[in-house]
Design a protein around this ligand. Sequence first.
Ligand SMILES: [Zn+2]
Length: 396
Amino acid sequence: MRRFLLLLLLLPLPLSGDALLKGVRSFTYPDYTRVVLDLSDPVTFTTKELKEPGRVRFFFDIAQTRLTHELVLLKTIPVGVGYLKEIRVGQFTPRIARVVLEFPEVRTLKTFLLANPFRIVIDIYGQRSEEKEVLPSLKKPPKSEATTTIKPPADLSGEKGLSLTRQLGLRVKRVVIDPGHGGKDPGTIGKVKGLPEKEVVLDVSLRLKALLEKGSDLEVILTRQNDTFLSLEERTALANSRHADLFVSVHANAAKNRSASGLETFWLNFTSDPHAVEIAAAENSSSERSIWELQGLLKKISLTSKLIESRIFANQIHKSVLEKTRTKVPDYQDYNVRKAPFYVLIGASMPATLVEIGFLSNKANEELLEDPLFREKIAEGLYEGILSYIRSLGEK
Ligand SMILES: [Zn+2]
């Protein structure tokens, strides 16, 4: 069997093995647009920026990829916002698909990948966000016709000095709470009583919203208010479009080991921890194998998330939720703060965290998560965590 596989690897890839560019979708807001390229398989791509008077074009050349017949015929996709003129698609060579975004002037683009199904997500910011996000001294020198080199993200694991958020003392005004799953996607299901994750996390999120609206002047936005399905990219697209300052995704955990229990909090980064990969695979609804593969690809593109702040935010949330839950359940387990490649966090342009409030695979935890009083404790902990984090920004 192994010899047969080796032989297959030596053969050149047949054309039919190429990926398909199946569709181009865009979510348009007044000063922010998200473009999603839907693909049949993982791909690699290069980008190029071409500047001319009155127009700037961004080329995405996707290797070993063909267009569907519909896209070949479509050619141009109108967008209808001033800062992004149009999107064009074409079969550049028999095995390279090209997508061109045309702008009247220079724009900031952020690109990341999502899996299952595989897609390339491109975020384009209008003037307002750009001003807020980039200090003049941090702006990159202008480039004319040049191939953009995709660099691995800088090592942000250490906290060297103050992050941009702290330097600017940016005031937090809007918080997006993201109850995981919903609609056709129930998330994980309780092993004993069949409690669905989508139901617990929505209830906790609604409780958190009520607490924040009562106890602070923050504007609170929920990605879903009821039992509806939302794709992972829509969740952060909403947060970005509303200029949210913080993003909290609420989930419930599952593990093969039924004795695993307690609180686990994540911030986005690459990891070599097999446990974190297992959780990320479950939440990304993809296989563990594809997570390992995608980490390699992810390392080649710039991350949009604010990693340092996200780590601080995740730690604060974790500490506060643990304190509150332990007022009711003194031995509620600390399952740690970890980093993992969650796709729902990748597209967020603000500090973001994903909280696994308890294990539905654990009998005792499922009982607790069914209890309205315990849910309220978790909401109180999340509330305290958000406010403590905001207070810490003011301290510098
Ligand atoms: Zn989940």
